[in-house]
Design a binder for this molecule. Structure first.
Ligand code: PLP
Length: 362
């Protein structure tokens, strides 16, 4: 008998999240995980490690609440936004009974987390314009306790129409939690629904320091919601989710200076994004570059697997989205430094048929 037979059935059947780090690759240009390309530096000020850390480090909570424009009791800090995704399932979904709902193509961790806990994953495909199919969602809400909506959506880059979000919040009142994943909201801060928290006790907003704050390696994220909902999440969170060094660095990242640097990064990335968008549109192998409110571009290529492999072989690692519903031929490209954007364009121009002056094959 193998140990595998002892595992829960849903764990045996589980496909783990295919993170860039797990896939490996010997790249030197990592454009597959929507990280910021350069490392900010910090000095650890904490010196005391013999004691357990605070469960919810007060300075981090206070600074994030100020930054987000909410009350401290409306903030939960966790080990990345991914832990926030998981805590919501653990607090609200009865395994084998309740369901979560999400709208592919979208972020992969909603499905993985639900699967881990034996909670049904119900999907309602996004419309062709990647907005919510509200009538289909309305017809699919039986037993649904949690609806995840990602805005800007990963990997498509678009914002969800705020009128549709409101309609979703109205139709789920007293029935389900709506979790709006704002992992990329720093790239379009005006689009946040944080000001709606007062109107909707069943709204939860997921945030992270992994993207615009350039701290994916820190593992620090936030859930914003009304105090009643936050109190439920505090019941299921680990007693010490953040180590002392993490809390120390997170507090620094949220200082006045930290926020200033974050906003500077956002404007650099927006400049590089416009440049790359234009340069891609001029490439012969590119069919379509989709508009983006985030730090990545979704691009449809005429021969995407060839593009993916050619760039991979040159050390440029992109994220293949070809298998996601509606995204055949699509790759997602994280916006890196200007040099990295240039490397992508140079590599695309080495593809056969990339230039008009190419020789016809004999
Ligand atoms: C990156 C990402 C997350 C995860 O953030 P972490 O804080 O690194 O766990 C959550 N949601 C979306 C949509 C993301 O792209």
């Amino acid at each position: 008998m193998s140990i595998e037979n002892l595992a829960r059935q849903n764990v045996r059947e589980l496909t783990p999240y295919q993170s860039a780090r797990r896939l490996g690759g010997k790249g030197d240009v990592w454009l597959n995980a929507n990280e910021y390309p350069l490392a900010p530096t910090f000095e650890l000020t904490a010196q005391t490690f013999n004691r357990y850390p605070e469960c919810q480090p007060a300075l981090v909570i206070e600074r994030y609440a100020d930054y987000a424009g909410v009350q401290k009791q409306q903030v939960l800090v966790s080990r990345g936004a991914d832990e926030g995704i998981e805590l919501l399932i653990r607090a609200f979904c009865e395994p084998g009974q309740d369901a979560i709902l999400f709208c592919p193509p979208t972020y992969g961790m909603y499905a993985v987390s639900a699967e881990t806990f034996g909670v049904e994953r119900r999907t309602v495909a996004a419309r062709d314009d990647w907005q919510l199919d509200l009538p289909a969602i309305a017809d699919s809400l039986d037993n649904v306790k949690l609806v995840y909506v990602c805005s800007p959506n990963n990997p498509t880059g678009n914002l969800i129409d705020p009128d549709d979000l409101r309609a979703l919040l109205e139709m789920t009142k007293d029935k389900a939690i709506v979790a709006v994943d704002e992992a990329y909201i720093e790239f379009c801060p005006q689009a946040s629904v944080v000001s709606w928290l007062n109107d909707y006790p069943h709204l939860a907003i997921l945030r992270t320091l992994s993207k615009a704050f350039a701290l994916a390696g820190l593992r620090c994220g936030f859930t914003l919601a009304n105090p009643e909902l936050i109190a439920l999440l505090l019941k299921v969170i680990a007693p010490y989710p953040l180590s002392t060094p993490v809390a120390d660095i997170a507090a620094q990242a949220l200082s006045v200076e930290g926020l200033r640097m974050m906003r500077q990064r956002v404007s650099e990335i927006a400049t590089n994004r416009s440049w790359l968008q234009q340069a891609l549109a001029d490439c012969a192998c590119v069919e379509q570059v989709f508009a983006s409110d985030s730090n990545y571009l979704l691009v449809r290529f005429s021969a995407s697997s060839n593009v993916f492999k050619t760039l991979w072989d040159q050390g440029i690692i992109l994220r293949d989205q070809n298998k996601q519903p509606g995204l055949s031929g699509c790759l997602r490209i994280t916006i890196g430094t200007r040099d990295e954007c240039q490397r992508v364009i140079d590599a695309l121009n080495t593809l056969p048929g990339a230039t008009e002056t190419r020789q016809e094959p004999m």
